[in-house]
Design a binder for this molecule. Structure first.
Ligand code: ZN
Length: 150
């Protein structure tokens, strides 16, 4: 499995170095902030929602490599999709991050987001990886401007 772990690490380092969809988004009509006090990760998410579809999504913030890479991967994964699809992916990623280590990851459903499953070895990092997703849920589903990690 070490080859796979190396690959996962490479993807995370790449997204940390060159985060996708980074920076403010003037056309956003939903904005949500997330904070992971355990690690100090802070995230602001900008979503442009048109007719139930996420036509554009950006993020900015400061935090560890995992939180930034996770936000980068998340924005890539949900851009262009409907709110329902984004919430379904949230559920799949959340399940992946919280399931036992000895359970195989269903990478057919989560695609390259499977790279985030490596954080299960480091429980304190799970909140870093899930921050962007909780912030997304907050932006899409309610009017609170602060996301909480579970
Ligand atoms: Zn972190």
């Amino acid at each position: 499995m070490s080859d796979l772990s190396d690959l996962y690490q490479e993807v995370i380092l790449d997204h940390n170095r060159r985060p996708r969809n980074y920076g403010p988004l003037g056309s956003a009509n939903r904005v949500a902030k997330g904070h992971n006090p355990l690690c100090g990760d802070r995230l602001t998410l900008y979503v442009q929602l048109d007719g139930g579809r996420l036509t554009d999504i950006h993020f900015e913030g400061s935090g560890c490599a995992i939180s930034k890479a996770s936000a980068s991967l998340m924005t890539d994964a949900v851009k262009g999709h409907t709110v329902a699809e984004a919430m379904q992916l949230f559920g799949q990623v959340h399940a992946m991050l919280t399931m036992p280590l000895d359970q195989p990851v269903d990478d057919e459903s989560v695609g390259k987001l499977a790279v985030l499953s490596g954080v299960r070895e480091f429980p304190v990092r799970v909140k870093c990886a899930s921050l962007a997703w909780h912030t997304l849920k907050s932006a899409l589903l309610d009017t609170h401007d602060t996301a909480k990690t579970e």
